[in-house]
Design a protein around this ligand. Structure first.
Ligand SMILES: [Fe+2]
Length: 214
C-alpha cells in the first residue's frame, strides 16, 4: 500500500496495492526496555499487594508506582509514550501526555484479567517486569465482529476477521494502545509469579476548542 498523506482534514489518499487494505485498524505499539534485574528484584519483593475484589489477581497498593518504587523506569516508559503518540500516531508535539496513574499487577497460578478497557485515559500501556512460559498472554479484542454482532456467520480464521489478537509477554516488553481498546489476560498456568506495570495517561494543559480557526 502507498499512502499520500494530506494534513488537511487528516485525510489519507490510499493507493491500494494489496487486495485487502486494513482500514482503521487499532495501532498497538511494541518496544523493549532493558531492565536491570539486580535493581528490580529487591523492589518487587518489597511491593505491598492487595488481592482485588474479583479475586483473580493482585494489585499494588500504590497507584503512582512509577513516581515511587519504579521511578527508575519512568523516563524509559515516558519516552515510549512520546514515540508512540508523536512518531507513530502523528499527534502534534504540543499535545503532551503525562502518566496519571501506574500500578503493578501480580498474577499467580490460575490468575487472570477479564476483558476490560481503561476509562478516563487516552493512551494506556503495560511494561512486563517478570514473565514466564504460560504466565498469561495479553489478549486484545475486536469491539464487534466484521458485520456487527447482530449477524453471526461461520468464518475460516484469518488476520482480517480475527476477534482476538494474543501477545505473549517477555521481560522488558512494553505495549501501548488507545485506552478504549478492549483487552484481558489469559489464566496463568505456572507457579512462577507474573509481574507487570500498567499505566494510564492524560493530556497536559488545555484541549483545543472545537472549530478553531487555524
Ligand atoms: Fe488493562
Amino acid at each position: 500500500m502507498v499512502l499520500k498523506v494530506s494534513r488537511k482534514n487528516s485525510r489519507s489518499v490510499a493507493t491500494i496495492v494489496n487486495k485487502i487494505h486494513p482500514a482503521f485498524s487499532t495501532p498497538i505499539y511494541k518496544d523493549r526496555i532493558q531492565i536491570d534485574k539486580n535493581v528490580l528484584n529487591p523492589i518487587l519483593s518489597d511491593i505491598d499487594f492487595k488481592r482485588i475484589d474479583t479475586k483473580d489477581r493482585w494489585h499494588s497498593s500504590n497507584y503512582k508506582i512509577l513516581d515511587n518504587e519504579l521511578a527508575f523506569l519512568k523516563d524509559e516508559v515516558q519516552s515510549r509514550i512520546e514515540d508512540y503518540a508523536h512518531n507513530s500516531l502523528g499527534m502534534a508535539r504540543r499535545h503532551k501526555l503525562k502518566i496519571t496513574d501506574s500500578w503493578v499487577m501480580k498474577h499467580g497460578r490460575d490468575d487472570k484479567s477479564d476483558m476490560h478497557w481503561h476509562p478516563n485515559s487516552i493512551i494506556s500501556g503495560v511494561l512486563y517486569l517478570q514473565t514466564y512460559k504460560d504466565c498469561g498472554n495479553i489478549c486484545f479484542f475486536r469491539e464487534k465482529n466484521l458485520f456487527s454482532d447482530i449477524l453471526d456467520f461461520e468464518f475460516s480464521h484469518n488476520d482480517t476477521n480475527a476477534r482476538i489478537i494474543e501477545v505473549e509477554p517477555i521481560d522488558g516488553m512494553v505495549l501501548l494502545f488507545p485506552s478504549k481498546t478492549l483487552h484481558g489476560v489469559n489464566q496463568s498456568q505456572t507457579d512462577v509469579k507474573r509481574f507487570c506495570c500498567a499505566f494510564n495517561t492524560w493530556i497536559e494543559g488545555e484541549l483545543d476548542p472545537p472549530f478553531r480557526a487555524k
